[in-house]
Design a protein around this ligand. Structure first.
Ligand code: ZN
Ligand code: ZN
Length: 175
């Protein structure tokens, strides 16, 4: 039996004739299987493989990411509390700088701990770790009815949490 080699059939749907090929694996794909990407049409299998390469985090990275950021955030939070005892309202002058710097060093140390492994859930989890680390201090302040220093804790979280997320997720653009 001779086959017409000029007509292609989708490798997922062998009964559909097509003229498209996946530009990565070169296999013929029909229009419903083709996914448009910036570099051309790709099949679903190749798209999935690419996403796998994008998510390189192992299960323990979620513990490392969350733990590192929560631990550092707790230290920062305690530091803020101690400094605010001395400075009182003058904290307003340095709290922004401390919060910004904390966002930078927490994200840097989390990145170092993860050794470039990444996933978008991991970035969210590390940002959540910043909040989780400061919560014990906020609760202690609430229970002791020491409400004023909570302002600095809130300000710290407001600045450091999005900073950590933005810096971690920015890693994938600069590789
Ligand atoms: Zn393909
Ligand atoms: Zn198909």
């Amino acid at each position: 039996m001779t086959e017409d080699i000029t007509s292609l059939y989708c490798y997922v749907h062998p009964n559909r004739e097509t003229s498209l090929r996946c530009n990565r694996c070169e296999r013929p794909i029909c229009s419903s299987c083709a996914v448009r990407t910036p570099t051309g049409y790709r099949c679903n299998e190749c798209i999935r493989e690419r996403q796998k390469a994008f998510n390189t985090a192992e299960w323990y990275d979620y513990l490392i990411g969350f733990g590192t950021s929560a631990g550092l955030s707790l230290i920062t939070s305690i530091g803020l509390l101690l400094i605010s005892r001395f400075l009182g309202f003058f904290m307003i002058f340095i709290s922004f700088a401390i919060a910004g710097a904390a966002g930078v060093y927490i994200s840097n140390l989390v990145m170092a701990a993860l050794r470039k492994r990444r996933s978008s859930q991991l970035f969210w989890l590390a940002a959540a770790g910043v909040v989780a680390g400061a919560l014990p201090i906020i609760f202690i302040l609430l229970f002791s009815r020491n409400l004023f220093p909570i302002i600095w804790q809130g300000l710290y979280l407001f600045i450091a949490t999005p900073t950590v997320y933005a810096r971690l997720s920015g890693v994938r653009f600069s590789r």
